[in-house]
Design a protein around this ligand. Structure first.
Ligand SMILES: Cc1ncc(COP(=O)(O)O)c(C=O)c1O
Length: 456
C-alpha cells in the first residue's frame, strides 16, 4: 500500500470514529455547549505550525477542542432558526462526496455531479409539483437561491425594456418595480440589494395577523414588476395567498421564497395551504432546512431556465449555442462541491412516503408543543399550520429573552425570543428528523422550570 493511501485510510477511519463518538452523545447531550467548552476554544489561539505534523493529531485536536464547543443543531431539541439536523444517508453521502472532491463545473469535471443534479431536479420538480421544464440550481442556501432567481427576474424585466443588464449594467437602466409583503425574509431583501436594487424601491404590502401578504392592499403590478411572495413565514409558518397574487400579477414576475415551507408541498396534509404556488415564476427551497441535509444546500428553481442562464453564464458562446447549460452557467459559483449528493441521498433514503411522514411528524410535534405551552398559560399567537410555534406570556414584559437564555443555558433545549406583530414572544421551529416525543416533553419541562424560576 502506498504511503499516500495508508495516510488517507488512517485519517478517514479516525474521522469516522470521531464522528461516530460525537453522534453517540448528541441526542442526549446539552444542546448549547458548556461555558468551559467554549472557553476551551481559546486553545486554538496558537501560532500556525512551522513544520508539517501528523494529520491524525490535527484531527484529534479538532475533535478535542471543537466537538464539545458545538451547538447540538443536529440533535432533536434545537428549535432555533428554521433548520433541521442531518439525515444519516445525507451525512454518509457528504463524507463519501468529500472523498470524491468533485467540482461540479461541467460534465467533464464531474459526470456524477452533473448526473445527480439532473436526477434530483426531476425528483424535486415532481414531488413539489412544479413545472417540469424548470431549471434547478444547487447553491449554498436560500439567500443565494433568492439571488439566483432574482437575477433571472432582473434580466428578463430589463430585456423586456430593451436593456441588456449583463452588458450595460444598472446605471441608467429602466426602473424595476418591486412589490413585497411586509413580512418578507431579510435575506430576500439582501439578495435584492446585491443585485443593485435598493430597498427604497420596494412598494410594501401590509400583512394580516399571520404574516400573509394582503392582496387587497397590493398596488397594481405591471410587467416591469417583481412580486416577492413567500410560503412559510419564518415565525408563523403561514404562506402568502400565491394563487391570488398570481391572478393579480398582471404580467409581473412572481418569486416565491419557500426556504423551508416549500417542502410542505410534498405532503397532502399541508400542500393545500400553498394553493397556487406552482403558478409563480421562480421558487427557492433549502435542503439544509426541513429536508435535513447538511448545510450549504439551497435550490434555485425557475420556470424560465434561459433567464437564469443568461444572468449566470460565464461564456458568451453558451448563450448562442442552445442545448443544455453546464451547471457553472446556471448558478453564481464557478467552482463548487457536489452538494447535490446530500439532497439525492436524503430523497432516496426517505422516499416519497418518508418525506411526507417527516413533514407531518414535525407539524404534529409543533401542535403538541403549542398545546403544552397553552397548558402552561402561554398564549399561542400563530395558527399552528406547519412546524412553527410563536407563544407569548400574557401580562408579562421583558421575559422572552430571559426565558430563552435560561433554557439555552440549561442545555435542555434551544429556541429564541422574537417579536411577533409588536408582541414579545418565544418561537420554535420543529424541523429536525431527530425530534422525538421525548424531546418535546423535555422541552416543555425545561420551559416550565425556567418560567417558575424566573417569573413564578
Ligand atoms: C423564509 C426564509 N428565507 C430565506 C432564508 C435564508 O436561508 P439561508 O440561510 O439558507 O440562506 C431563511 C432562513 O431562515 C428563511 O426562513
Amino acid at each position: 500500500m502506498s504511503n499516500t493511501l495508508k495516510q488517507s485510510r488512517e485519517t478517514l477511519s479516525l474521522s469516522s470514529d470521531l464522528a461516530n463518538a460525537y453522534l453517540e452523545t448528541i441526542y442526549d447531550r446539552n444542546v448549547a455547549p458548556t461555558e468551559i467548552a467554549v472557553a476551551g476554544l481559546d486553545d486554538f489561539d496558537r501560532p500556525m505550525p512551522t513544520s508539517a505534523g501528523d494529520p491524525n493529531e490535527t484531527l484529534r485536536l479538532l475533535d478535542r477542542l471543537g466537538s464539545p464547543a458545538t451547538t447540538a443543531t443536529t440533535g432533536g431539541r434545537f428549535f432555533g432558526l428554521v433548520v433541521g439536523g442531518t439525515l444519516p444517508a445525507s451525512l454518509g453521502a457528504r463524507m463519501l462526496a468529500s472523498a470524491w472532491d468533485q467540482v461540479v463545473f461541467n460534465n467533464a469535471t464531474s459526470p456524477i455531479g452533473v448526473k445527480l443534479e439532473q436526477v434530483v431536479a426531476k425528483w424535486v420538480l415532481d414531488i413539489l409539483s412544479l413545472p417540469d421544464k424548470s431549471s434547478v440550481g444547487f447553491v449554498t442556501g436560500a439567500t443565494m437561491a433568492n439571488f439566483t432567481c432574482l437575477a433571472g427576474a432582473r434580466h428578463t424585466i430589463l430585456e423586456r425594456n430593451g436593456w441588456d443588464v449583463q452588458k450595460q449594467g444598472l446605471w441608467g437602466a429602466p426602473c424595476i418595480r418591486i412589490i413585497a409583503g411586509a413580512q418578507s425574509h431579510v435575506t430576500v431583501l439582501k439578495a435584492l440589494t446585491l443585485l443593485g436594487i435598493g430597498t427604497e424601491a420596494i412598494e410594501w404590502v401590509p400583512c394580516d395577523s399571520q404574516g400573509r401578504l394582503d392582496v387587497a392592499q397590493m398596488p397594481k403590478p405591471d410587467d416591469s414588476t417583481i412580486i416577492l411572495a413567500q410560503v412559510g413565514n419564518v415565525n408563523s409558518g403561514a404562506s402568502d395567498p400565491i394563487a391570488d397574487i398570481v391572478a393579480n400579477s398582471n404580467g409581473a414576475w412572481v418569486h416565491v421564497d419557500g426556504a423551508f415551507g416549500l417542502w410542505a408541498a410534498a405532503s397532502t396534509s399541508t400542500s393545500e395551504q400553498l394553493e397556487g404556488y406552482d403558478g409563480a415564476d421562480s421558487w427557492v427551497v433549502d435542503g439544509h432546512k426541513w429536508l435535513n441535509t447538511p448545510y450549504e444546500c439551497g435550490l434555485a428553481i425557475c420556470k424560465h431556465p434561459t433567464a437564469v442562464h443568461e444572468a449566470m453564464a460565464t461564456q458568451a458562446p453558451y448563450l448562442k449555442v442552445g442545448g443544455k447549460a453546464a451547471p457553472k452557467d446556471m448558478v453564481p459559483e464557478f467552482s463548487r462541491s457536489a452538494r447535490v449528493v446530500e439532497v439525492w441521498a436524503a430523497l432516496h433514503s426517505l422516499g416519497r412516503e418518508g418525506l411526507q411522514e417527516l413533514i407531518d411528524r414535525c407539524c404534529r410535534h409543533a401542535r403538541t408543543l403549542a398545546d403544552g405551552l397553552r397548558d402552561q398559560g402561554f398564549e399561542v399567537l400563530n395558527d399552528v399550520v406547519l412546524n412553527q410555534v410563536v407563544a407569548t406570556l400574557p401580562n408579562s414584559a421583558g421575559w422572552s429573552a430571559k426565558l430563552a437564555a435560561h433554557v439555552q443555558k440549561s442545555g435542555k433545549a434551544w429556541f429564541g425570543p422574537t417579536n411577533w406583530q409588536g408582541r414579545e414572544a418565544i418561537r420554535f421551529s420543529v424541523s429536525s428528523w431527530a425530534t422525538s416525543d421525548r424531546d418535546i416533553k423535555q422541552t416543555l419541562d425545561a420551559i416550565s422550570e425556567a418560567r417558575l424560576s424566573l417569573i413564578g
